[in-house]
Design a protein around this ligand. Structure first.
Ligand SMILES: [Zn+2]
Length: 250
């Protein structure tokens, strides 16, 4: 199991770690990491592993991070997710001299992390605004993709959201952003890796990375795309987002 430091300190940009396993496809498992893996639709962090061989400093980039192994948890009103997983960092280079037991420094691309954090938070705000009009639509989510510059949610619904309905949804989302409401994240009492996101009285099960308040999302734009019968895609973008990386530290 990899210790997931991003839950204890979301703004740590570098940490020391030990290589605990080397897998296929240049996958490196570490005893602990700050690199957030692909999870809940959020794309993974990118970053660098730095290490020393015979007194010489080396570095290798990773552009994909994934979870493997672990155990599934079954909690009431919570999705089935794996916990106590190992975190695999897929390196961009083969034959790196890395071996099990070696000490490395893990650094992440904080610009990308912050953009994904804004995008993820905007997705929740957009969902809150949709549920203001369509209560419990959370249960109809069938897909989620959180990228740096936009995100999308796919819903299984028979009666599609209309253009007219998108107007109050976007207005409510922008009201939530402009009022700079605080956002809290906390763990389930029995499962520390089962985490929740809360803004006002809205709580969603989610272990992603999020802003601590709504303001930096900036103006939200909400569009829709029809994916055929029974499926509605809603796309969120935030062209005026403030990407504040000053809070990240080593
Ligand atoms: Zn989330």
């Amino acid at each position: 199991m990899t210790n997931k430091i991003y839950y204890a300190n979301q703004y740590l940009a570098q940490t020391e770690a030990i290589v605990t396993a080397i897998m296929e496809n240049n996958g490196i498992i570490l005893n602990q990491t700050i690199a957030f893996p692909e999870s809940g639709g959020q794309e993974s962090d990118c970053g660098t592993l730095m290490y020393c061989v015979n007194g010489q400093q080396r570095s290798v980039e990773f552009k994909n991070v994934r979870q493997v192994n672990g155990r599934l948890i079954y909690l009431e009103n919570f999705p089935v997710i794996p916990v106590e997983t190992d975190i695999l960092h897929f390196l961009e280079m083969e034959n790196t001299d890395l071996c099990v037991g070696m000490k490395v420094q893990v650094g992440i691309d904080v610009q990308r992390r912050e953009r994904l954090t804004v995008s993820h938070t905007a997705t929740h705000i957009g969902l809150m605004a949709i549920e203001n009009l369509y209560p419990k639509l959370y249960d109809a989510i069938r897909g989620c993709h959180i990228k740096e510059d936009s995100s999308r949610l796919d819903f299984a619904i028979e009666s599609k959201i209309t253009d007219d309905e998108l107007i109050p949804i976007q207005e409510y989302a922008n009201e939530l952003v402009s009022k700079d409401y605080p956002i809290t994240m906390y763990a389930h009492s029995e499962e520390p890796e089962a985490r929740y996101w809360q803004c006002l009285d809205k709580v969603y099960p989610c272990g992603g990375t999020h802003l601590l308040s709504t303001k930096n999302i900036g103006r939200m734009e909400i569009r829709k795309k029809n994916l055929g019968k029974g499926t509605q895609r809603i796309i969120f973008s935030f062209p005026e987002a403030v990407i504040d990386v000053g809070k990240y530290h080593t």
